[in-house]
Design a protein around this ligand. Structure first.
Ligand SMILES: CC(C)(COP(=O)(O)OP(=O)(O)OC[C@H]1O[C@@H](n2cnc3c(N)ncnc32)[C@H](O)[C@@H]1OP(=O)(O)O)[C@@H](O)C(=O)NCCC(=O)NCCS
Length: 335
């Protein structure tokens, strides 16, 4: 049946940008010695192979929601945006202990944000960069004027202390970012995707229902470190190059390079392959925060802005990659 009635569609501003960032890091600095014994490792091995000296871990009283609220409040304050201006809250996490409701609804409630679009996304260590692409799209589509993006992870809840493949890499924390309308481009087109054929390179060790039936222990994180390392260095360097290309800028025009904080050797190799010049500041938050998955890129950005205020207003290439295997990269103008 044809109709002469046309639907109203939403449209928003042409461009978006990051207004401000906030952070919450787990309050305990866990040293390599603290965790080495059950995995028959050493401070020297962990430093050499990963660049991690301590990892931030949160106490019993913290979770994805409480850390997300802390980082979100910090981001709102840094950006000068009021809770009532936020139209959407997107949370990147794989460690919310409650299957439902979404952590985003509870984080929004904790921040006094009324009636937002609120949902979580599960894209592992790529989650935050996925969420930035979505925030940009929601604003340009006219669905929200300002979006709060939160990456929040309590990975220590999913660690097997005897697992040699990943446990020693992981930390806890939350990073948050306010995205809003802009007169000039502040977030480039994203390069975003996944390769599900490699899903078991980083995953949980089992399924919850098997644990419930008493057939398997509580699932924890595990990985094929070598496979992830190779994929990260080769495939992600291509994605990062493509992100620069679609943004229309070159590596020497960047103020900062903010890769997912997976392993210092991956970060170094990555920078080498991209030909990042020495003038570009490279985020190395992993050294004392560890790998915080969905929280890693915003935490690294937050620290960079504190330690290198000269990068403010410049362009940063950010890239997240991990479980899925999922990846996302974009160039953003730093607030
Ligand atoms: C996990 C990772 C640090 C392991 O380092 P690696 O250099 O690949 O280590 P390998 O598996 O090749 O093992 C090398 C040696 O170290 C030993 N080893 C492995 N894990 C160890 C550990 N945790 N502590 C001490 N020794 C360890 C191995 O037994 C092996 O010993 P051998 O040479 O006597 O046989 C590394 O593969 C990595 O960081 N991968 C990227 C994964 C990642 O960042 N994932 C996060 C999700 S995005």
């Amino acid at each position: 049946m044809s109709t002469s009635v046309t639907l109203n569609t939403a449209t928003g501003p042409a461009f978006t940008r990051i207004y401000g960032l906030g952070a919450y890091r787990g309050e305990h600095a866990v040293t390599n010695e603290d965790i080495a014994e059950p995995i028959n490792s050493s401070d020297e091995w962990i430093r050499q192979r990963t660049g991690i000296i301590t990892r931030a871990r949160a106490g019993e009283d913290q979770n994805v929601v409480t850390m997300g609220v802390a980082a979100g409040a910090d981001a709102l304050q840094a950006s000068g945006v009021q809770p009532e201006q936020i139209g959407a809250v997107i949370v990147a996490t794989v460690t919310n202990m409650m299957q439902t409701p979404a952590a985003a609804t509870r984080i929004a409630d904790g921040l006094g944000i009324k009636d937002p679009t609120a949902y979580d996304i599960s894209a592992g260590c790529a989650g935050y960069c996925y969420a930035i692409a979505q925030a940009d799209a929601l604003i340009r589509a006219g669905i929200a004027e300002y979006v709060l993006v939160v990456g929040s992870e309590k990975l220590s809840d999913f660690i097997d202390p005897t697992d040699r493949s990943i446990s020693f890499l992981l930390g806890d924390g939350a990073g948050a970012t306010v995205v809003g309308p802009s007169d000039t481009p502040g977030i480039s087109r994203s390069v975003i995707g996944s390769d599900g054929s490699k899903w078991d390179a980083v995953s949980m060790s089992g399924e919850l229902h098997k644990h419930r039936l008493g057939l398997e222990p509580f699932p924890t994180l595990r990985q094929d470190g070598k496979a992830v390392f190779r994929w990260a260095v080769w495939e992600m360097a291509k994605v990062a190059r493509e992100a620069l290309e679609v943004a229309g800028i070159t590596a020497d025009q960047l103020a900062a390079f903010i890769p997912h904080q997976a392993n210092m050797r991956i970060i170094d190799e990555f920078a080498k392959q991209l030909g990042v010049p020495e003038s570009v500041i490279i985020a190395r938050d992993i050294q004392d925060t560890g790998n915080t998955s969905g929280a890693s890129v915003p935490l690294a950005t937050h620290r960079l802005l504190q330690e290198h205020p000269e990068v403010r207003g410049g362009y940063a290439l950010q890239i997240g990659f991990g479980a899925g295997l999922a990846y996302a990269a974009q160039v953003v103008r730093l607030p």
